[in-house]
Ligand binder design. Structure first.
Ligand SMILES: C=C1C[C@]23C[C@@]1(O)CC[C@H]2[C@@]12CC[C@H](O)[C@@](C)(C(=O)O1)[C@H]2[C@@H]3C(=O)O
Ligand SMILES: O=C(O)CCC(=O)C(=O)O
Ligand SMILES: [Fe+2]
Length: 382
């Protein structure tokens, strides 16, 4: 295990993941500390692939690196250059697409309850009409080109999300194996696209590279400019779980993403996810945890900026339509795993989430008490 640093305030340990020869990313010190890799193009049966995806999204992970995913590189490259061009504009021009309501351009402020991060971002509703509307303020010279680039990317990544959700439906043995993917393909689905741009974290001081790197290994809770520091870096995007069904993240070659995974002793540790621009990082969202009655796990993650180059990441949050009723599926409720969550709609969940801080474990508010016999008696009814 490579221990990068510890922060006295939270006694947290950050471990770096390393790639094993058989393709799985493994952290020394326990199987639960691994980041699984799924090669979606590997020649093996569909059943084996679906079991592998379901295992990665459950059993204490909720997170995997997808390679051989079939998304062509060109739409991603076009999106990256369009968004990089936007972030390179003078601040006044970027502000035309803000403030985030929650959609639009945002800088440092995240949500409505006082969260801040060392980043700027674009948050878009993932449907063509909404993209076209926002594009008018994002690319004032050629908004229709910007829209086309974004829509092309969304279509490619939505297909990948559907494929992963179908594999999960099969791996979990659902009667309707397409249940999850149907939720996100409806025309009024509430999916989002977020593009995060993290400035280099070593531009504060005009020091040579070696001095900057020495400074970053100094553990402290506040930087001289007031930014939060954790485990030797600035908090780019604070600890949270994603609220939706499934998130597909792709980033450039700059590290920063960390996931909170339990080790063999059940203690949690932040695991550094090595950058891989050709891969998608897939994580289970709160809704999928609720729908599967906790069989799949909505992983907590964060971004800690330590690099001297900007990090550009793009995340597709696959969500259902607002009126969708979220309730644990019958196949996931058993005597040993009785119903854990009460039914709710995505709209209800969103209202709750926007009233809370980023780090809140919001799904807990929808939990059924262990000793509530009337709710647990509804075993087998979704
Ligand atoms: C503080 C907040 C920002 C957030 C909405 C929230 O109230 C709590 C969840 C946050 C989050 C995290 C994942 C995604 O980046 C996001 C778009 C989402 O759906 O939930 C953000 C929200 C946001 O930035 O608006
Ligand atoms: O920017 C990243 O790499 C991750 C950000 C994230 O987790 C989010 O936007 O929900
Ligand atoms: Fe996230």
């Amino acid at each position: 295990m490579v221990v990068l640093s510890t922060t006295p305030a939270r006694q947290e340990t950050v471990v770096a993941a390393a790639t094993s020869t058989h393709g799985a990313v493994v952290v020394g010190g326990g199987a639960a500390g691994c980041i699984p890799t799924v090669d979606m193009s590997a020649p093996r049966g569909r059943a084996a692939l679906s079991r592998q995806v379901a295992r990665a999204c459950g059993e204490q992970h909720g997170f995997f690196r997808a390679v051989g995913h079939g998304v062509p590189p060109a739409p991603a490259a076009r999106l990256d250059s369009a968004t990089a061009a936007f972030f390179a504009l003078p601040p006044g021009e970027k502000q035309r697409a803000g403030p985030p309501s929650p959609l639009g351009y945002g800088c440092r402020s995240i949500g409505f309850n006082g969260d801040v991060g060392e980043l700027e971002y674009l948050l878009l509703h993932a449907n063509p009409a909404a993209v076209a509307h926002k594009a008018r303020t994002i690319d004032t010279t050629d908004p229709s080109r910007f829209s086309a680039v974004v829509n092309e990317y969304i279509e490619a990544v939505r297909q990948l999300a559907c494929e992963i959700l179908d594999l999960l439906g099969e791996g979990l043995g659902l009667k309707d194996t397409r249940y999850f993917s149907k939720l996100i393909t409806s025309t009024d689905s509430d999916s989002l696209l977020r593009i995060n741009h993290y400035p280099p974290s070593c531009t504060i001081h005009k020091l040579d590279h070696d001095d900057q790197c020495k400074m970053k290994s100094v553990v402290s809770s506040k930087a001289s400019n007031g930014a939060n520091l954790t485990a030797g870096g600035r908090v780019g995007f604070g600890e949270h779980s994603d609220p939706q069904i499934l998130s597909l993240l792709r980033a450039n070659d700059v590290d920063g993403l960390q996931v909170l995974l339990p080790d063999r002793d059940g203690k949690e540790a932040w695991v550094q996810v090595p950058a891989d621009p050709s891969a998608f990082f897939v994580n289970v969202g709160d809704l999928l945890q609720a729908l599967t009655n906790g069989k799949l796990i909505s992983v907590r993650h964060r971004v800690i900026a330590t690099a001297c180059r900007p990090r550009l990441s793009t995340i597709y949050f696959a969500a259902p339509p607002l009126h969708t009723r979220i309730s644990p599926l019958a196949e996931t409720i058993t005597t040993s795993n009785p119903r854990r969550y009460r039914p709710f709609t995505w709209a209800e969940y969103k209202t709750t989430m926007y009233s809370l801080r980023l780090s809140h474990s919001r799904l807990d508010l929808f939990k059924i008490d262990d000793d509530d016999d009337s709710d647990n008696a509804s075993e087998g009814k979704a």
